[in-house]
Design a protein. Sequence first.
Length: 466
Amino acid sequence: MKKRILITFLSILLLSSLSLAASFSYNDMDLRQALYDISKTFDSPMVLSDDVGGWINVTFNANNVESALKIVLLSTNYTFAKWDNVYLIGSMNSPDTNRVILFKNEVVLLKDTYPKTVYDLLGSLSKYVVYSPDSMFMVIDANEQTRQKIMNMISKIDVPNTNRFFSYEIHELTTDEYQRFRQFEQYNKSGILNLSNAAFDIFKEIIKINGESDKFGTVALPTVGEMAVNTTDPILAINLSSFKNVVDISVKTAGNVVSSSMSPQKNHAIISLKAGNKRFLVLTSFANTPKESEIFSLNEKKTVNILSIVGNANPTLEQYGGMISYGSTKLSLIGEMSVSAGSTPTIGLGLKANLIDNMYGTVELKFENGQPLIYAKIIDTTFVDPFMLRASVSEEMGYQNFKPLQMSLGAGLSIWNIDIFGGLIGEWDTLQPYIEANLSYEWLYGSLLWKQTGGYAFELGITTSW
């Protein structure tokens, strides 16, 4: 008896819940009209962006407004979000304020994995993400649902671990592509090239591989260990052996085995193989996961100008000395010392900081001829490759006097390791034309400056960095 009462009660409850579901049937219905219908049915106010439109064909039942919206908007580019008691509907390209609420930017600071690695592993979701190769930040621009999905994936990728990520590309070469590759291969008869990041990018641009059945993949490789990569291709097999900073790769076909190694300096390997009448090019790379302590020192660079010799048109040597710069591209500590003929040494200590974009500011406390002075300079460079615009302002303030403000404004050209500038230089009321040429090659640098009054001056130096 109790069992029959329970079944009857559950049946009534089920029928009651079904009766609460609203039925919708739209046949070539205007989307806006359908949304207004849903709004009226569930008594839920909606605000539609101006770009919302189109036609739908759908029949369904829904218990609440959000279930109905998910079904109706499923095949469109629109999404919705609840703002107080109002539902906002729009798209990524909506022209009104709905877009700002629907699609909020999320800035993520990665701790253990480089942005490029995360970007590659996000797959189709990477279109909602942008990043800078010079930082550990990523920006997500997506609706709430997509944003949460991306954040969840990033939380699983960006974790402390002992893995590095190994990527591979398999290209079946055409006759023309193989002939282009032979230009490189002739320098290495083994059919292997090991390249750095920049050299690898240049290689891909020259070789211009455009295969129709290319294969791509990324796997997590233990820092120490071995693994086989499943390329889903019975012709090719890739085996990896990892020993901390070195990865040994072995690529095998039916009648050919080629082995290579990669290191942080040579982090790309290009392997040429033959299987029957087909030629394959296997491109491999790996990225280490950074330590948390390295996040804010990725751009750190220490530079020492060991010797600097300055002369003039006589030509005679006017001064010699050196400069040390320690820090990063954002902020560095600088120290200098120079000796001029017939005077006491000049010693300086200060800071150089990146202000905005390519604008840098320098402040130094100097002792010149036994007297203290403060030297300040701001220099800004704008690049429109290969052209440059450069402006600078500098001032020296002594204990009892201010030297006149010095400034320069010029336009230039940068080709290979040579910069050539021309413009105006000097004090505000006595600006004069100047031409400056700078040359740097490995550990040597040189500079030649010509001014309308005063002739020319040169500077030669030795520099090193680590």
